[in-house]
Design a protein around this ligand. Structure first.
Ligand code: HEM
Ligand code: FES
Length: 611
């Protein structure tokens, strides 16, 4: 029952509904995060949470969009519709956590404002894989926010049902934007056909359900009578006691209710949220909406005092065994004398109208409806657990990259600025080729910044530094603790005084295929730190001076990481921004600097290739 905006109050059913929604989300997140962590120990916790919350929000949106048409097709789903708005708010909250984590992870701590980075870091729209998918997520989140913020009945009462309903239809725009967000984002990086199949299944399910429900509604509308004054609806016996028949009268849906031997007709759209009154029942002498239980007196279309909602009423009469409704409506709330059904037109047997009817605010729900809803809820729980496990298992394998976050270590070595800012560490006990006697630890600053400014005053000198290690496939990097560099007057005990930058050794011209990435994320700060979904972050890191790596990929899916510099040895950071994370072919000169492989090429020698 409703009065002003204090419409659907808290009740035990709603509390149980919300508890189930919370349990459902926790179950899904537990399965997704648990199975991913178990199968992929190298995955970072940020990636687990970003993916867990993103997929949870997206899947929940599918559930939210399914409930409406399901309730249209089978009234036993109506209890799920009763509190659907809370599911919408949960969907927004999950999307918000995912969006904020993504914004922090991929766009914070760089040379651009995070929001500017969100819109600028994904440069280029030549191919679908380059499409800036993240702004689509932001737009969808903004719509979900608007819907969550106006979901309370206060806004419904203030905006009016038609405007509120129109506003809330934009949930379909959000759904479409998210489809594109996923298809143009993560699906450009993932390879499992299951992910594509699930996305296609989701689209087919949502569109199929809506088309089916619309087709059922059209059957009502197609029975529209001729455009005469009085519209023939049906025989009185076709309306069960306490129920209604919906008919199209002068373009409007009208619900003709029978209660005992009386007939009354009212506009079909409930004043609360346009619920179909004609699918409701007469309870305690009032038409009761199937969606949230708003009530209206059948003869005048007005809610019983103190409630104020009103719907339009229509003249009804029974003539030659047919129920006729006059096409012109009366103003909402106008009393119309109910039509009496002549004895000969009354149904001979009591109809089976006593089928169960759910009203959320009543203390108990009919047992059959409860059984059905429990079964449906169980099916949704099983599906959530299965999807959590299946999605977790179909992700691309996470690389064995590590970021020793929170673990500071001290190193002594020689600072080198060429071919990239590095700390040269003497390999302990090394005998033989002096060129291979050192390891290059690439140096970066915290966040998405290179370390050149921090270390250039120490070029070629012995230093002691403190920082956090990042390492992958034999290549190490040190994220410097700012202010921790101390110049040493002499090499530390036992270190060779010969520790100077190793000489470059030419390996000849090469043409290689692969991907340009930022060294910091790729080596392990983010995992995954490559491919299309990571493009915006890689672009921001490279813009900020993080050394550029090229991942050469062989036909056998093996990859080799090498530093990418200009043919004159200059850093290419600002020149390759538009080519990051795309499949490219590079022709250049390969060389080794001790343990570091370096590819020298000009941007003009970098060619974008198809996948
Ligand atoms: C500010 C808004 C958003 C941003 C910046 C954003 C960013 C991202 C990023 C960077 C990815 C790829 C992550 C990866 O490689 O794992 C992603 C994927 C995804 N996003 Fe969003 N997103 C936003 C909003 C949303 C919303 C509102 C939803 C759904 C309610 C959503 C659902 C997804 C899904 C299902 C995926 C694929 C799974 C995954 O990899 O996380 N996103 N998003
Ligand atoms: S009571 Fe909510 S739509 Fe009718």
């Amino acid at each position: 029952m409703g009065h002003a905006y204090r419409a659907v109050q808290w009740n035990p059913f709603k509390r149980r509904y919300d508890a189930c929604a919370a349990a459902l989300v926790l179950l899904y997140l537990g399965c997704f995060v648990g199975v991913t962590a178990w199968l992929e120990p190298e995955a970072t916790i940020e990636s687990l949470l970003i993916r867990g919350f993103g997929t949870a929000g997206f899947l929940l949106l599918h559930l939210v969009l399914s409930i409406g048409p399901l309730a249209r097709l089978d009234a036993r789903f109506l209890p799920l519709l009763y509190n659907r708005r809370h599911l919408g708010v949960v969907t927004f909250s999950l999307g918000l956590v995912h969006g904020v984590l993504s914004l922090v992870q991929y766009h914070a701590l760089g040379v651009l404002n995070p929001l500017a980075s969100l819109f600028q870091s994904q440069v280029g729209t030549r191919t679908l894989a380059e499409f800036p998918f993240q702004p689509l997520g932001l737009l969808a989140l903004a719509i979900l926010f608007l819907l969550a913020a106006t979901s309370h009945d206060f806004w419904l009462a203030n905006l009016g049902a038609p405007l509120w309903k129109a506003l809330h239809m934009s949930v379909y725009v959000a759904w479409f934007l998210l489809l594109m967000h996923v298809a143009l984002g993560i699906l450009q990086a993932e390879t499992s056909p299951l992910l594509v199949a699930l996305l296609a299944l989701g689209v087919t399910w949502i569109l199929g359900l809506h088309l089916l429900a619309a087709w059922r509604e059209r059957r009502i509308d197609s029975k529209a009578g001729a455009s005469s004054d009085w519209i023939d609806v049906c025989a009185p016996a076709e309306i069960a006691d306490g129920r209604a028949k919906i008919a199209l009268v002068a373009g409007e849906r009208v619900a003709v209710f029978r209660y005992a031997d009386k007939l009354s007709a009212v506009a079909n759209a409930c004043q609360h949220q346009n619920g179909p009154l004609g699918e409701g029942r007469i309870i305690d002498g009032c038409i009761t909406c199937p969606w949230h239980g708003y009530q209206y007196k059948p003869d005048c279309g007005a809610s019983p005092a103190p409630f104020t909602e009103k719907v339009a009423t229509y003249d009804v009469r029974v003539e030659r065994g047919r129920v006729l409704v006059k096409s012109a409506p009366y103003a909402p709330g106008t009393r119309v004398e109910p039509a009496c059904i002549p004895a000969e037109s009354m149904p001979r047997h009591a109809s089976s109208a006593a089928s169960e009817f759910f009203v959320g605010y009543l203390p108990s729900a009919p047992p059959g409806v409860l059984r059905f809803v429990r079964g449906a809820a169980l099916a949704v729980f099983v599906l959530a657990a299965a999807l959590g496990c299946a999605l977790a298992a179909s992700q691309r394998t996470f690389a064995a990259g590590r970021f020793e976050f929170g673990q500071l270590r001290k190193f002594s070595g020689v600072i080198a600025l060429e071919p990239a800012t590095s700390l040269l560490l003497q390999r302990p006990g090394f005998v033989g080729d002096q060129a291979a006697a050192h390891s290059h630890y690439l140096l970066v600053a915290p966040g998405k910044h290179g370390a050149r400014d921090l270390v250039q005053a120490f070029d070629g000198r012995w230093v002691e530094v403190e920082g956090t290690l990042v390492h992958r496939a034999g290549q190490a990097m040190l994220e410097l603790k700012p202010g921790s560099i101390v110049a040493l007057a002499a090499p530390p005990d036992g270190a060779s005084s010969l520790a100077v930058s190793p000489k470059r050794r030419a390996l000849g011209p090469v043409t290689l295929r692969g991907e340009i990435v930022d060294s910091k994320c790729h080596l392990g700060v983010m995992n995954p730190g490559e491919l299309a979904a990571h493009r915006a972050c890689a672009t921001l890191c490279i813009r900020g001076g993080i050394p550029v790596l090229f991942l050469a990929r062989g036909s056998n899916a093996q990859q080799r990481q090498m530093l990418l510099v200009g043919s004159d040895g200059r850093a290419l950071n600002q020149e390759v921004l538009a080519l990051v994370a795309d499949p490219v072919e590079i022709t250049g000169e390969l060389s080794s600097w001790g343990d570091l492989l370096v590819l020298a090429a000009e941007p003009a020698q970098i060619r974008r290739i198809s996948h």
